[in-house]
Design a binder for this molecule. Structure first.
Ligand SMILES: [Zn+2]
Length: 454
């Protein structure tokens, strides 16, 4: 198998099985059931020349690793990593069975596989497996190890997946180069060429709880009361108005260069003094993405507190989803909160709910993975340009980058899959992928693995 069309059939079939296995992870420890997808992948990938390991950090939550051992222990290794879990659905919002894995022809005449995970990311998990299987079938003898990692629990932060395996079995998963989600959508750039996004970095996660303190009293006499809820309201207001300095780095510059914008918008998005007014002049969905890519963000999303209607509360807890731009440390997060809250900072206790630092991998002509990704993007789209990007959420790539591995969020989709289409189906209703994209991605991973390991 070498052409994208030849990869379509087997990738579609495997994707249908993975969707139907319904490995729904709602964030609690006993959901997921990824052992079903792990078993499917083990059965699909096992065979002569392939070593398989499975991991069970918790019942029902298996991950698996398949390996074609390299002939040269010093040669660099490549890992294709796909998560096997999916997020829950609200079936009422779907026009077809979210776990049916059906092939349905769209109004435009495009055949699509429907189901939760078709975009995030069972499409790539199956494309990677089909590429790996095709290489094993052809008797491929890599110089460095080729690794396939089907990993559980990505959707809940990797506690029972990549984080656990990295901590307990790093030697099994370690690799010099890694490809995983998210990337591969494309658009026509201002120069008329196809521009394909490859994510080379992701923001940090700094979820914090702010405990706001006050003094209890009788609700019938509020004058001059030290009411924690009133202070909390002001804290939430200050957080929503806080404007940290933007981070306008090389990755952002490449993103801006690739967007169709007026000259004024282009300049404004690269100017710390003008970026806010420029964002305000753009359509909200686009501005929201541009804002998140350039700023450490603060979203107060949960509040708890108060005891009884007639008691002035002495404690309110606010949970803030903070996402940090590259280069931000834990101390910087405290610095931001101090600046945002001003005099009220001394009225809160800050505690950590979750923390992972922002991560980034090198990219550009001196990086072999970047060059290989470019070459194999151009197999499908001659003359296409790669645009490095920053993921504003979190993926399992961070567990590799933290340990020095070059990891990209990559893939390759049909022209119909632009960022807006991809984004609207991601964790959304009516999630589906066109079969052409499945073939393109499988061919792409097959090509890159051949190239990097020969
Ligand atoms: Zn995902």
């Amino acid at each position: 198998m070498t052409t994208a069309e030849e990869f379509e059939g087997p990738t579609t079939e495997l994707l249908q099985t993975l969707i139907r296995n319904e490995c729904v992870n709602d964030g609690t420890g006993d959901t997921g059931g990824e052992t079903r997808n792990s078993d499917t992948l083990v059965a699909y990938l096992d065979g002569p020349g392939v070593d398989i390991e499975t991991f069970t950090p918790r019942d029902g939550r298996d991950s698996m690793i398949a390996r074609i051992a390299g002939s040269d222990p010093d040669a660099p290794s490549l890992c294709l990593m796909g998560h096997t879990d999916v997020v829950p659905v609200n079936a009422n919002g779907w026009s077809n069975d979210p776990f049916g894995g059906e092939i349905i022809r769209s109004a435009e005449g495009v055949d699509e596989v429907w189901g939760r995970g078709a975009i995030d990311m069972l499409n790539l998990t199956s494309s990677m497996a089909v590429a790996f299987r095709a290489l094993a079938n052809s008797g491929f003898t890599p110089k460095g190890d080729l690794i396939y990692f089907g990993v559980a629990d990505e959707e809940a932060g990797g506690t029972w997946g990549a984080e656990w395996i990295a901590e307990h079995h790093w030697d099994a998963m370690k690799a010099d180069y890694v490809l995983t989600e998210l990337g591969g959508w494309s658009h026509e750039g201002p120069d008329g060429d196809r521009h394909v996004t490859i994510n080379v970095a992701e923001k940090g996660i700094a979820w914090r709880s702010l405990r706001v303190k006050g003094t209890p009293g009788h609700g019938s006499m509020p004058f001059g009361a030290d009411n924690a809820l009133i202070k909390a309201a002001e804290i939430v207001r200050r957080l929503s108005e806080y404007r940290p300095a933007p981070n306008l780095d090389e990755v952002w510059g490449a993103q801006v260069a690739s967007m169709k914008l007026s000259d004024e918008q282009r300049d404004g998005l690269m100017d710390p003094a003008a970026i806010w007014s420029t964002l305000e002049g753009m359509p909200v969905p686009q501005a929201r993405t541009c804002h998140a890519c350039t700023h450490t963000t603060f979203s107060p999303n949960v509040a708890h507190g108060g005891q009884k209607t007639n008691i002035v509360p002495d404690t309110i807890d606010i949970e803030v989803d903070i996402r940090t731009v590259p280069g931000t440390t834990k101390d910087d997060v405290i610095g931001h909160l101090r600046e945002a809250l001003g005099d009220l900072f001394d009225h809160v206790d800050v505690s950590e709910l979750q923390n992972s630092n922002p991560t980034a991998s090198p990219f550009g002509p001196s990086n072999p993975l970047w060059e290989s990704v470019k070459t194999h993007t151009q197999v499908a789209y001659p003359g296409a340009k790669l645009v490095p990007g920053l993921i504003v959420g979190g993926t399992d790539a961070r567990f590799y980058r933290e340990r020095g591995t070059t990891a990209y969020g990559a893939g390759l989709f049909s022209k119909s899959m632009d960022f807006a289409t991809f984004g609207s189906r991601f964790h959304g209703n009516n999630e589906r992928i066109d079969i052409e994209s499945l073939g393109l991605s499988a061919q792409y991973f097959h090509g890159i693995a051949t190239d990097m390991l020969s």
